[in-house]
Design a protein around this ligand. Structure first.
Ligand code: SAM
Length: 284
């Protein structure tokens, strides 16, 4: 009897797609999207439009955040059975503030060949036009949507020595800018809005200027926000009480934000510092 040799596993292609301008798709991405057996997409309707534009008829399967775990297992099974799969997100590079990592990790575990197809990403695109001379930056993706968590994060970053890069939506850009202004001060910032699209908009200025712009008609589209490091001010004080007094006299931070800052710097509970602050500030 003729021996049936087991099928070779296929390949997983992590494929970047345009962040606005369809001409930014790479020739390699187009070829692979045509050649693979199936394309796993964050939103199949969205990706269908891209494929239709380029006359690609490869079948689509959904792969989105809520289903990442279960879908990864299915996709890996298909790759092990010999199919090749391209993973795309709605825009830019999968895995960067987008689904992808779970599938990639499982593929590595199963010894599947994972091939990156580089291309657009809002992060690299924004940095390329930001004029940042610092060779390091901190990319945080989306800041937490809950205000208290966002403020805690920003408080922990006030002394960070490099530019900080955020992704943000038009719905939340004002909230983020106003928290930055309140907690980190009126630093220099930069935004790249609607990159590669018809209304592409690059703005450099103080955080207060950007906040004002975000309150007007420019509050539309997708944003990458870069916040430059501030002047590092060393609070003076030997203990929590002295620090509380120092912040009261040298900054405009609210009692809650001062408590957050001291708690974050000293690794203490915020509520304990806050209770202390209420007593100290009442006395003063
Ligand atoms: N994976 C994508 C990448 O590689 O850029 C990012 C996906 S994330 C869900 C979407 C966020 O990326 C948006 O909210 C925005 O902050 C940023 N973004 C995407 N496209 C953009 C564009 N054309 N201009 C500015 N920012 C953009």
């Amino acid at each position: 009897m003729e021996k049936v040799s087991p099928k070779q596993p296929g390949t997983l292609y992590i494929t970047a797609t345009p962040i606005g301008n369809l001409e930014d798709i790479t020739l390699r991405a187009l070829r692979i999207l045509k050649e693979v057996d199936v394309i796993a997409a964050e939103d199949t309707r969205h990706t269908r439009k891209l494929l239709t534009h380029f006359e690609i008829s490869t079948p689509l399967i959904s792969y989105y955040r809520e289903k990442e775990q279960a879908r990864s297992v299915q996709l890996v099974e298909r790759i092990l059975a010999g199919e090749s799969i391209a993973l795309v997100s709605d825009a830019g590079t999968p895995g960067i503030s987008d689904p992808g990592a779970v599938l990639v990790r499982l593929a590595h575990k199963e010894g599947i060949t994972v091939v990156p197809l580089p291309g657009p990403s809002a992060l690299a695109t924004a940095l390329s036009v930001s004029g940042i001379t610092d060779s390091s930056f901190l990319f945080l993706g989306f800041a937490p949507s809950k205000k208290s968590q966002r403020k805690t994060l920003l408080t922990s970053l006030t002394d960070h020595p490099h530019p900080i890069v955020f992704y943000e939506s038009p719905r939340r850009i004002q909230g983020l800018l106003s928290d930055i202004l309140q907690i980190m001060g009126d630093r220099t910032g930069f935004w790249a809005r609607e990159l590669t699209k018809a209304h592409e908009d690059l703005q450099a200025g103080k955080i207060s200027d950007l906040l004002e712009l975000a309150s007007g008609p420019k509050n539309r589209g997708e944003f990458v926000l870069i916040v430059h490091p501030g002047k590092i001010i060393r609070a003076e004080g030997e203990n929590v009480e002295e620090l509380l007094v120092w912040y009261r006299e040298n900054t405009t931070l609210s009692v809650k934000d001062v408590s957050r800052k001291i708690a974050s710097d000293l690794g203490l509970s915020r509520s304990a510092v806050y209770q202390n602050a209420l007593v100290i500030y009442k006395k003063k």
